[in-house]
Design a protein around this ligand. Structure first.
Ligand SMILES: [Zn+2]
Length: 482
C-alpha cells in the first residue's frame, strides 16, 4: 500500500512545533513500517493556516491524491487533516473519497467510501472538539464496562424480567414465558417446524410477546437468533449512523460484535442454540421485507466491476453508486431514473394497464374485509396447529377440545359478522392507462416492480471526473418486451 504522510501541528502545539512534528513523523514512520505501508512522500505543513489556501502542503497533497498517487493518507488524527473552514474540509473529504484514498491514523482507518466511516469522520472533523470526544468516550466507557462484565442494559427480552445483581443490571427468568422460548427452540431444532408454524402454535397456546399482540414469523426468528437465551451478552450488532437529519441503523460485521458470558441464567443450552443457528443458515430465510426506496433497486449494474449499484442518501438528493470503493463515479439517482424512463417511454406507452376504480362504498369496507380475512385465516391456522400439538402429545385431549371449541366459536362469530354486513356496490367501469402514465404516481417499491417486469438489467457506465449527467446506460429488456 502506497501512502502519503501529512504532518501538521495543532494550535496548542504552537510553541514547540518542531519537536511535535518530529515526534509525529517518528510515530507514523514506525506505524507504516509495522503495517507494511510504503511512504512515498511526507507533506509537512509549517505555517498554521486556518483556511485551505494558507495550507500549501495540503493543496499539494490533494493534487497528488487526485492524480491517484496514494492508496492512503497517514496522519496523527483526523482533525489535523481537516481543521479550518467547513467548506475546505468538504473539499478535502470529497477529494479523498473520489480518489478512493483512505485516511489512516494510528487509532483507526477511515474508508470514505464506506457510509459508516464517512459519517463518522465527517462528524469528527466538523464537530469534534476535544471535550465532545472526551464526553462521548466517558459515556461509552460506562456502558461498555457494564456489558463487559456481563450486565444487560436494554429492555428485557421475551422470557426474562429485568433485575439487579451485585449492583449490575441483569435478567432473571420469567418462567411463564421461558417455557415458550424452550418450546420455540425445540419445535425448530427437533421437530423441523418453520417460524410461521411455530408462531401460530405458541400463539394458539396463549403466548403473547412483550410489545405486540401475537407472535409472527419474524419475532420467532429473532428469538432463535438471540444468544441471550444461551446466557451470552451480544453487543454492537448495529451502529446508528446519522445521514443528514436522519439516523439509520446498519448491521455491523460479526468481528465487531462484543460477545461475553452474561450474568443472567440461560434458558436453553449452548448446543441447542448452535444447532438452531446451523439450521437457520441452511434454510436461508428471506430478510424481512424492508420498504424499497430505490425504484432502480437490483436493476443497475456497474460496467466496471459488475456489482449492483446502490442508492445512498445524500444531502443534495439520493445518489446511485457502486459499492466498490473508488470504482465508477456515482450519479444522482433521480437523473438515472429519468434517463431510464426516457429510454423506456415508447415501450411503456404501448403497454395498457387496467385500473379498477375504487369501490363506491366507504374505503373502510375494504379495510374491514381484509382485516376479517386475515383474522379468519389466522384462526384457521391456529386450529390446524392444535391438531399437531395433539398428535405430538403436547396437548392432552381435553385441553385440545377446550381450545378447539374456543377457536370454533371465534371463527363462527367472524363469519356471522361478515355476512351481516352490507356489501359495497361494485363499480362498473374499468379504465386503462399506459404503464408510462401509471409509473409517475407509484411509490418507489411499485415503480421497482414495474421496471423489473420490463427490464432484465441496466449497465451503468461513467468516466471518472465526467460532468454530473454524462453517464451511459445500456438497458437490456426482458425477452418478452423485445
Ligand atoms: Zn464498480
Amino acid at each position: 500500500m502506497n501512502a502519503a504522510v501529512y504532518l501538521r501541528k495543532s494550535r496548542a502545539e504552537e510553541f514547540h512545533a518542531e519537536d511535535t512534528l518530529n515526534r509525529h513523523r517518528e510515530i507514523l514512520t514506525e506505524f507504516a513500517a509495522k503495517n507494511r505501508i510504503t511512504i512515498l512522500r511526507i507533506y509537512e505543513e509549517i505555517i498554521s493556516g486556518e483556511s485551505l489556501c494558507a495550507r500549501p502542503q495540503m493543496l499539494a497533497l490533494l493534487a497528488d491524491v487526485e492524480h491517484g498517487d496514494y492508496d492512503a493518507v497517514l496522519c496523527m488524527d483526523i482533525d489535523r487533516l481537516g481543521r479550518g473552514a467547513m467548506s475546505d474540509q468538504g473539499v478535502i473529504l470529497e477529494t479523498l473519497k473520489a480518489a478512493g484514498t483512505k485516511i489512516i491514523t494510528p487509532r483507526k482507518t477511515y474508508d470514505l467510501n464506506n457510509e459508516t466511516d464517512e459519517t463518522f469522520s465527517e462528524f469528527e472533523t466538523f464537530l469534534a472538539r476535544q471535550e465532545l470526544k472526551a464526553i462521548k468516550r466517558r459515556m461509552r466507557r460506562g456502558i461498555q464496562k457494564t456489558i463487559q462484565e456481563g450486565g444487560y442494559i436494554a429492555n428485557a427480552p421475551y422470557g426474562y424480567r429485568k433485575t439487579v445483581l451485585k449492583k449490575k443490571p441483569t435478567l432473571e427468568i420469567n418462567e411463564e414465558e421461558a417455557r415458550f422460548v424452550r418450546m420455540i427452540f425445540d419445535l425448530y431444532v427437533n421437530r423441523g417446524m418453520g417460524c410461521q408454524r411455530i408462531a401460530d402454535t405458541i400463539s394458539a397456546m396463549g403466548a403473547k410477546p412483550h410489545r405486540s399482540d401475537r407472535f409472527g414469523r419474524t419475532s420467532v426468528m429473532k428469538i432463535l437468533h438471540s444468544a441471550t437465551y444461551a446466557g451470552q451478552i451480544v453487543w454492537n450488532r448495529k451502529s446508528k449512523v446519522k445521514t443528514g437529519q436522519k439516523w439509520t441503523e446498519t448491521a455491523n460485521p460479526k468481528e465487531k460484535w462484543t460477545v461475553v458470558p452474561g450474568l443472567h441464567p440461560a434458558i436453553i443450552d449452548r448446543e441447542l442454540f448452535e444447532r438452531a443457528q446451523a439450521i437457520a443458515k441452511t434454510r436461508g430465510h428471506p430478510p424481512a421485507s424492508k420498504s424499497v426506496r430505490n425504484p432502480l433497486a437490483g436493476l443497475v449494474f456497474c460496467a466496471a466491476c459488475g456489482g449492483t449499484m446502490q442508492r445512498q442518501a445524500a444531502r443534495g438528493g439520493d445518489c446511485l453508486l457502486c459499492r466498490k470503493p473508488g470504482c465508477t463515479a456515482s450519479s444522482s439517482l433521480f437523473a438515472v431514473e429519468s434517463a431510464v424512463l426516457k429510454q423506456l417511454r415508447p415501450l411503456m406507452e404501448k403497454i395498457a394497464v387496467e385500473r379498477r376504480p375504487r369501490p363506491g362504498g366507504p374505503a373502510a369496507d375494504n379495510e374491514w374485509d381484509r382485516a376479517a380475512k386475515r383474522e379468519a385465516s389466522l384462526l384457521e391456522r391456529q386450529k390446524a396447529s392444535l391438531y399437531d400439538l395433539l398428535e405430538q402429545g403436547i396437548y392432552d385431549p381435553s385441553t385440545f377440545e377446550q381450545r378447539k371449541a374456543l377457536l370454533d366459536a371465534k371463527i363462527s362469530r367472524l363469519k356471522q359478522a361478515a355476512e351481516a354486513r352490507p356489501r359495497p356496490s361494485l363499480p362498473k367501469h374499468e379504465s386503462t392507462v399506459s404503464a408510462y402514465a401509471l409509473y409517475r404516481g407509484l411509490p418507489p417499491k411499485l415503480k421497482n416492480l414495474l421496471l423489473k417486469a420490463l427490464v432484465e438489467r441496466i449497465v451503468y457506465r461513467k468516466e471518472k471526473g465526467a460532468p454530473p449527467l454524462s453517464f451511459q446506460l445500456q438497458i437490456i429488456l426482458k425477452p418478452l418486451c423485445l
